[in-house]
Design a protein around this ligand. Sequence first.
Ligand code: AP5
Ligand code: MG
Ligand code: ZN
Length: 219
Amino acid sequence: MGIFVVMLGPPGAGKGTQAKLLAKDLNIPHVSSGDLFRDHLGRKTELGLLAKGYMDRGDLVPDDVTVGMVVERIGRPDCQEGVILDGFPRTLSQAAALDGALSERGQSVTVVPLVQVADEEIVKRLTARRVCRNCGAVYNLVFNPPAVEGVCDVCGGELYQRDDDNTETVRNRLYTYHKETSPLIGYYFAKGLLVEVDGKQAIEAVQASLRVVLEMAGK
Ligand code: AP5
Ligand code: MG
Ligand code: ZN
């Protein structure tokens, strides 16, 4: 049957941080739509250049482009036993497309943890986020700083600030979340898949809560 986890929550809730830990623990891939777009952008593909305009404003990339990219990724052999999805789906139409793609292979979404953090806290977190250019490890200058400023603890790579982590774009990303993504809360609640997790706890405590959620979902 496999395990298909959809990490839901506002920008900066800690979806990526938590998804990486869960994926390692369960030994299944972590698929982040934002990371896939940034990878395309780094390689200057047509898709990456198209996505950049939307990402820099904090708007959503159009559904057809996004769905095509993610469905292709989760169709690969390493995702047959499951995947931790992070940042996808983000609209009702993306959620329906995911259901369709999984049901074609006799599978379905297992559980949807909703990582909750208040808007004010998110602006603080995201403007202090730094990411490793080499391995993608995520830090926070306030809550989770690297041992040496500007240098990745894991691989020694250079840390950078994402172009969309400025106050103005973060506010628009939050607006977009409330307007376009929050309807998914009702969508997954109605399917009995939604479980709320307090994202304001420390990183390790959020991870422990998620482990309980997955165990209760039968994994
Ligand atoms: P994406 O890359 O998905 O960004 P996002 O959803 O805005 O989420 P973030 O990555 O900012 O936050 P996160 O929840 O992963 O938090 P993190 O763990 O890093 O999307 C970027 C853009 O791509 C979108 O705006 C859109 O344009 C486009 N896009 C992507 N997917 C799309 C889709 N499906 N459809 C259409 N367009 C799409 O943590 C944040 C910070 O907080 C870090 O510094 C971290 O160290 C810190 N932190 C984490 N946990 C804690 C904690 N418990 N306590 C204190 N600090 C913490
Ligand atoms: Mg992320
Ligand atoms: Zn690194």
